[in-house]
Design a protein around this ligand. Structure first.
Ligand code: BG6
Length: 476
């Protein structure tokens, strides 16, 4: 038994949110529509037709929310900027009222000594760009995204030190172009890899511009990181596991951090005719996009087995919270997912695996040699509001405790960990899963159809995290 190293001084104990999921005010102060504003209103897209029109009205209640953060002792708050608030048509003239909201938000955070972590893109693309040129499917988005980012870099450079470029490009675009469950609801692998290539270029272009405009800042993408496990030591499962690492993790992380696609995956896609078109100059741009840190959103590990050429295809997700309803999913000839019998799962079938976080942090640290910022980790569950305004979310406390302990072990293992953001600060909209799948440390009284009074109520996990922060991780 040896003493664990503690969390470093200045460790960013944070919590997170995203514009569409928290703000509401979807058509206020000159904001243009995003692709989510329309998509959620198409019948059958989301759990009970829930959408973010009102969300938890963070746009109007941010002062109250920040007061709760300050009382908790939170060191950092991660939020995202809505591109169509600043540019209602995605480009063209700047909507100053939209930017003014974020300036107020940031000033209020700073006044309470809370470090803002600003995400530039958390999926809410301006609808106008989708309509004009197909959004991520066109190279034109690279210049429009850079212009939007440069506006924020210029105006906020002195106030914001930590920046996240794209949130979960991997998860979002896989849903958008392979599963068809996020806008624009396409199922086509060739189009997927091309749209994804443009997102890499946009990410790199933004980071290259950042170097000149925010020299003291730090920037990196947030990746939805599910470390892969093999279902067994059968060499066929081991190969499937390697395939999954290559296609579900290295495809993104190598490109972000090393400036090139992983070789085996690219070779495979060239054979199937699905490789993205890479133009002269693209590789140079990608090489300029090396981040300062890797942001990871960690929820679970995934376990992979051999999948024959006529095997499982990509399938949807469990959006109801009925345990055991997630279909097996895979890419024929490469891999398929399998339940892991060694770990518990949430009601949405997500594996609860704190050890997976420790080993994932180690894998990334040794492969890329960069600091890591955990930009999301948390538990989506049903919560029960009890009489006397009490929410006894001991299951969430247990989840967070085990994952924070895993962070501490990873630090002891030598990982350079900058901070840890709980997903989420208040309850917010869970995209396809409505408001019943709650992540917050603070309960918000609303449901799928009825925004009620949107009252904020501290959960037990709020008081627990308050103590963790006070003790800088203490003896977790
Ligand atoms: C990530 C996203 O996918 O995980 C968040 O960055 C999201 O926006 C979170 O809410 C949890 O996923 P879900 O689908 O359970 O809300």
């Amino acid at each position: 038994h040896h003493e664990l190293d503690g969390f470093p001084q200045g460790f960013l104990w944070g919590a997170a949110s995203a514009a569409y999921q928290a703000e509401g005010a979807w058509n206020v102060d000159g904001k243009g529509p995003s692709i989510w504003d329309g998509f959620c209103k198409q019948p059958g897209r989301t759990f009970q037709g829930s959408n973010g029109d009102v969300a938890v009205d963070h746009y109007h209640r941010f002062r109250e929310d920040i007061a709760l953060m300050a009382e908790m002792g939170l060191k950092a708050y991660r939020f995202s900027v809505s591109w169509p608030r600043l540019y209602p048509d995605g480009r063209g003239p700047l909507n100053e009222a939209g930017l003014a909201f974020y300036e107020k938000l940031i000033d209020t955070l700073r006044a309470h000594d809370i470090e803002p972590i600003l995400t530039l893109y958390h999926w809410d693309l301006p609808q106008a760009l989708q309509d004009d040129y197909g959004g991520w499917e066109s190279r034109r988005i690279v210049a429009d995204f850079e212009r939007y980012c440069v506006t924020l870099f210029r105006r906020l450079a002195g106030k914001v030190r930590f920046w996240v470029s794209l949130n979960e490009q991997n998860y979002n675009l896989t849903n958008a172009y392979q599963l068809g469950t996020h806008p624009p609801g396409v199922r086509n692998r060739k189009r997927f890899f091309q749209a994804n290539h443009h997102a890499f270029l946009a990410n790199a272009g933004a980071i290259a511009a950042f170097r000149d405009l925010v020299p003291d800042g730090l920037i990196g993408p947030s990746f939805a990181y599910s470390p892969a496990y093999p279902a067994s030591p059968d060499p066929r499962d081991m190969l499937a596991f390697e395939n999954a690492e290559e296609f579900t993790n290295h495809w993104w992380l190598d490109t972000y951090c090393l400036g090139r696609y992983p070789g085996a995956a690219l070779a495979y896609l060239r054979k199937t005719g699905e490789a993205p078109e890479i133009l002269p100059g693209d590789r140079d741009l990608l090489a300029q996009g090396r981040p300062d840190f890797i942001g990871i959103n960690y929820y679970q590990t995934l376990t992979y087995a051999d999948n024959p050429p006529d095997g499982e295809t990509m399938r949807g997700i469990n959006t109801t919270g009925e345990k055991g309803t997630t279909p097996a999913s895979g890419v024929p000839g490469l891999y398929k997912t399998r339940p892991n019998p060694h770990v518990e799962t949430t009601n949405w079938d997500w594996a609860i695996d704190p050890t997976g976080l420790r080993l994932g942090l180690r894998r990334l640290s040794s492969r890329y040699g960069l600091p890591i910022l955990i930009t999301e980790n948390g538990l989506g569950e049903f919560d029960r509001l009890e009489r006397g305004d009490l929410i006894h979310d001991d299951y969430r406390i247990a989840y967070l405790k085990d994952h924070i302990a895993a962070c501490r072990e990873a630090i002891t293992d030598g990982v350079d960990l900058l901070g840890y953001c709980v997903w989420s600060f208040t309850d917010i909209l869970s995209w396809l899963n409505g408001y019943q799948k709650r992540y917050g440390l603070v309960y918000v009284d609303r449901d799928e159809r009825d925004p009620k009074d949107l009252r904020r109520i501290r959960k037990d996990s709020y008081f627990w995290y308050q103590k963790i922060i006070k003790d800088n991780g203490g003896n977790i």
